[in-house]
Structure formats: C-alpha cells, structure tokens
Design a protein around this ligand. Sequence first.
Ligand code: FAD
Ligand code: NAI
Length: 463
Amino acid sequence: MADYDFDVLVIGSGPGGYVAAIRAAQLGLKTGCVESRETLGGTCLNVGCIPSKAMLHASELYNEAANGGLAKLGVKTTVELDLDTMHGQRKDAVKQLTGGIEYLFKKNKIEWIKGRAAFTSADTVQVGDRSVRAKNIVIATGSSVTPLPGVEIDQKVVVDSTGALEIAKVPEKMVVIGGGVIGLELGSVWKRLGAQVTVVEFLDQILPGFDGEVRKEANKIMKKQGLEFKLSTKVTGVTVAGDKATLTLEPAAGGAAETIEADAVLVSIGRRPNTDGLALDKAGLAVNQRGQVEIDHDFRTAVPGIWAIGDVVPGPMLAHKAEDEGIAVAENIAGLTGIVNHDVIPSVVYTAPEIAGVGLTEEVAKERGEVKVGKFPMLANSRAKTNHEPDGFVKVIADAKTDRVLGVWIIASVGGTMIAQAAQAMEFGATSEDIAYTCHAHPTHSEALKEAAMAVTGKPIHI
Ligand code: FAD
Ligand code: NAI
C-alpha cells in the first residue's frame, strides 16, 4: 500500500461508518474514520435512536405511574416528574454508548481523524490541514433534518428532533408537523409527560410506507392515547412571538386556512442525505435527484475505490440497515462476499404499543400476485391480556401458491422484539406453515405470531 495512509478510510462514524470501520479492522485492513462530531456514533447514538429510546422508556414509566397503569396492578404511587433527572439519564445513555464506540476504535486500532472530510481527488480527502490518502474510501455521512421552507428552526419554540429531545419544560401545547416515525415517537414522549399534542400530517394517514391496516390501527390507538391528528393537512407558515408559535394550516387539497397556537412546534417531515461540503465533484461523483449517492449491489459508487452506505444511499434510513451495510462493504473491500438482503429490513416505531413490520405490505403484495393473510389480535394472546396490553394484532402475509411469507406486521407492546423472528423466518425462506409448526414458549407475546401464521390457513386455536 506504499503511499496510502489507509487501506480503508470511512467518512462518518454513525452505525454505518463505525461498523464498517470495525469490520475492516477485524479483517486486517489499516483503517481510519473521519468524524466531525465531538463523539462517535453518528445521528443514532448522539441525537437519534438512543436518546429517543431513553426518553420513550422513561416517559412510558412516568405515564404508567401517573395515569393509572400501575394502580391497576395494585401499585399505588405518588408521582412527581423530575424532568432534569429524566434528561440526565438520557445524556448518560448517550455518553456510555458513544464512549463504547471510542473504546472499540482503540481496541481495533482504528484511527479517529477529528474534523470534516472533503474530497480533493478520488483517493484523497482533506481534514483540517491534513491530507489523507486511502486505497478505499467509504462515504457514510448519514442524513440530517429536512427543513420546511419558510419555517425557521430556533431550537427553542420551533424544534427539530434534536431540539425535541432536550425540551427543558413540558410544553402545554405541542404541534408536530409530520406524522411519520419521529413525529409519533417524540410526540408520544411529550404527550405522556403532559403536553397536549396535535400531529399535522399532509397525507390522509400517518406512517407512510407501513401496511395500510397497520397505519389505520396505529392512528386509532394513538388517538385513544390522547394525541390529536389533523390528516390531509399542510402547514403553510409558522410565526413565533416570544415563547408562542402560531401555525397556519390548510387542507392538503386546498381550501380555507385556519390557525393554531403552540408552545412548541416539532418539524419532523423527513431527513435528507448529508453531502454538503464533501466536494464529491472533486472525486468525480455526483448525487441523484434525491441528493443520494448511488451505489451498485456491492456498495460501489461510480468511482472505483469509493463506496457508500447508510442514510446517504437509497433505501430506508434505519440504523440496522446502515450497520448491515457497514459489515457488507468492509467484507467486499476485503475481497469477501458481503451481502445485505434489502427485502428483509425490519422497521419499528417505538411507541406503546410498538409498531413493526418486515417485508411487503398487504397492498404491495396484492399488486404482485395472489396472497393469503392471517391475523391474530393481541386481545386473544394470554400474555398480552395478563399484562393489560390488549391493543394491536399480528398479520402474516403469505404467497397464495407457495405459502412463502412475504410480509409480517405487528402492533404489540413488544412488537419490535417479535419482528426479529419474522425477519429470520423470511431470511430462511419460511412458509407460514413453518412458523405455525414452530413451538413457541407459553405464555409469550410471540405466540400471537404463531397463531397469525396458523390463521393463514384458517386454523388458529384461540379465536
Ligand atoms: P449517521 O448516523 O447520520 O452518521 C453520519 C456521521 O457522519 C455523523 O456523525 C456526521 O457528523 C458525520 N459526517 C457527515 N459528514 C461528514 C464529513 N464531511 N466529515 C466528517 N464527518 C461527517 N433508526 C433506527 O433504526 N432505529 C431507531 O430507533 C431510530 N431512531 C431515530 C431517532 C431519531 C430522532 C432520528 C433523527 C433518527 C433515528 N433513526 C433510527 C435513524 C438512524 O439514526 C439513522 O438511520 C442512522 O443513524 C444512519 O446511520 P449512518 O451511519 O448512515 O449515518
Ligand atoms: P418520515 O418520513 O417518517 O415522516 C415524515 C412525515 O411527514 C410523512 O408522513 C410525510 O407525509 C409528512 N410530511 C412531509 N411534509 C409535510 C408537510 N409539509 N406538512 C405535514 N406533513 C408533512 O420522517 P421523520 O419522521 O422525520 O423521520 C426521518 C427518518 O428517520 C425516517 O425515515 C426514519 O426511517 C428515521 N427514524 C427511524 C426511527 C425508528 O426506526 N424507530 C425513529 C425515528 C426516525
């Protein structure tokens, strides 16, 4: 490798980048990783998956204690919200996990080059005053919040997901713009802590991309929990005066405008790839219409020696997808065969209950051919019933001819954990009968998956 500084240089240390760096180092490649944040771990560990789950977990326990969930089980409490401590435990989780990546970098002898990387040629990047040349460069620069034109995020009254994790006082009224994953998760956090939350969604239903029946049921459950929804509605303007915001809303199809007031506004209308300042043109690369770096099946860009993974490339913007791509790209660079099955990427919304899915929605599956669908309600699952968790269902979609499982959708308290079994079954090419004849421990929520699989052929036991 004569005059190369590294065999592999990864730009970005999120779940895509740090995992790629660790796997490359494990495979004996000299590896560096450029990261401009003060801590490693990218969006996910610093301002995404981890802190949001810390707030979701703590707020759910508060909600259970404050709103009668624990009392129903015979646990009487006097409840007081200590938001500072709640934020403290969130910061602690982030500190421990980002510190953990730094430890893993040291253990694997990966050099962390601190600063922002910009290409100067196809094999060289500039970081501060250092020029770094590498045989392979992996672009893993992730994504950031999509702004809403005309709406300024001040992180005080109008916040993005990062600001919404850090709100210092429970707002009386919160408006969430966008009924996607972030809107539902962070809207739930502040609803549980006492805010009145209204979600404004442009489309006629929340959670685009999820199974239609799941979207409808999720909306019903969230409404029951007290979240308000304004569907088929767009926000055309937000003005802030002091610590109050006024939002102007219009029907998505056009019509009379209305205004609503809020103490906090969360803008969560999606995320866009990070390529600004990377000087991709100096490497001979361009982005597509959606701002993404295009890759082939092996994560190679159009320029030999440059690879890309994670949120910056097409596909779902999910940490586990980025991680799997990180492993695969390092293996491909090392001359092995790194593969990610993009047909089997689970997706989970960490509300209560959790909303999870893997594979095709019923709508898409039906467009592609004849299907059989089996459903089982959580109400009829003994463990869910015992735990007072009646909401939700499991739905298994199978090919009508081959019985091969094409998609599984779950709304259940532990749906995010249950979906792993469905993903594994699909990865192994399972039929619904394979799941139905697999012995599941009793009493577990997972038995609902077995019964939904049995329902594909019409023979569940408990309904
Ligand atoms: P990122 O994690 O975005 O990391 C990219 C890194 O590259 C960043 O640290 C950035 O500073 C650095 N970088 C960018 N450009 C440069 C440069 N030029 N030089 C040096 N460094 C650079 N996904 C899930 O699967 N589960 C969840 O529960 C979940 N929760 C989320 C909650 C929130 C609030 C948000 C915002 C996202 C959440 N996500 C979740 C999505 C998840 O965070 C992303 O899919 C994931 O982080 C993408 O990983 P990545 O490695 O591609 O990029
Ligand atoms: P999203 O794409 O999930 O949802 C955005 C929503 O905003 C959509 O429903 C869209 O129709 C709506 N919208 C767009 N423009 C609008 C407008 N002008 N007015 C009203 N509504 C509008 O994006 P979100 O929630 O910001 O999340 C970004 C990404 O982060 C997601 O792609 C997701 O993959 C990832 N993420 C994943 C999590 C998880 O896996 N649990 C948690 C949080 C984020």
